[in-house]
Design a protein around this ligand. Sequence first.
Ligand SMILES: Cc1cc2nc3c(=O)[nH]c(=O)nc-3n(C[C@H](O)[C@H](O)[C@H](O)COP(=O)(O)O)c2cc1C
Length: 207
Amino acid sequence: MNILQVNSSARVFENGQGSHSTRLANELVGKLRAAEPGAQVTVRDLARQPHPALDEATLQALFTPAEARTAEQAARVALDDALVAEIKAADVLVLGVPMYNFGVTSQLKNWIDAITRARVTFQYGPNGPEGLLKGKKAYAVLTRGGKYRGTPADSQVPYLKTLLGFIGITDVEFIYAEGLNMGPEAEAAGLAEARAQIDALLGVVPA
Ligand SMILES: Cc1cc2nc3c(=O)[nH]c(=O)nc-3n(C[C@H](O)[C@H](O)[C@H](O)COP(=O)(O)O)c2cc1C
């Protein structure tokens, strides 16, 4: 089993401090590995290694045939190619998804813009779009300062369901850690609730 973990907070997680979404994604991956010790894990940490945004030069590079690209264009496309290769190789995708201003972080959006590629991860045919990344399972760990689960302000969940479904990933579980900026007690409760959801999803019996 190949696991791809994508950390998309602007904050790193280090020495027990920092990004909650990365911390919870680490824990989830740790539990997946405990269940399947042979699993290979690839971590794409967008806080430590930010991915560039789409701009005009990048679009030109992507739409230039490979053999006609300049060295600079080829280098830019290679950055996206690396992300595409990682998700193609993954059986399980674990996304750390902080809420920033009611959406996903710009780093997660940059990752999405890199991996959503026509004729590689999706294609259009006579019946409309077809996702080409089939047979994968995804977990999205959502971290929020407030509480928005199930409300119209939670645009992350329908967005991610649509996007992942579009590229063929329809088996998606959402884990919610909410209220993390509502004081120490709410933070602890939000993290505990997320851990309970992870354990329930993975069938882990609490110690
Ligand atoms: C730039 C920024 C924007 C944020 N916007 C929201 C928001 O719209 N709604 C919310 O509930 N929390 C918001 N938060 C709080 C984060 O969702 C919260 O701190 C969460 O833990 C971030 O994930 P992380 O710990 O992995 O970095 C924001 C935080 C930052 C830094």
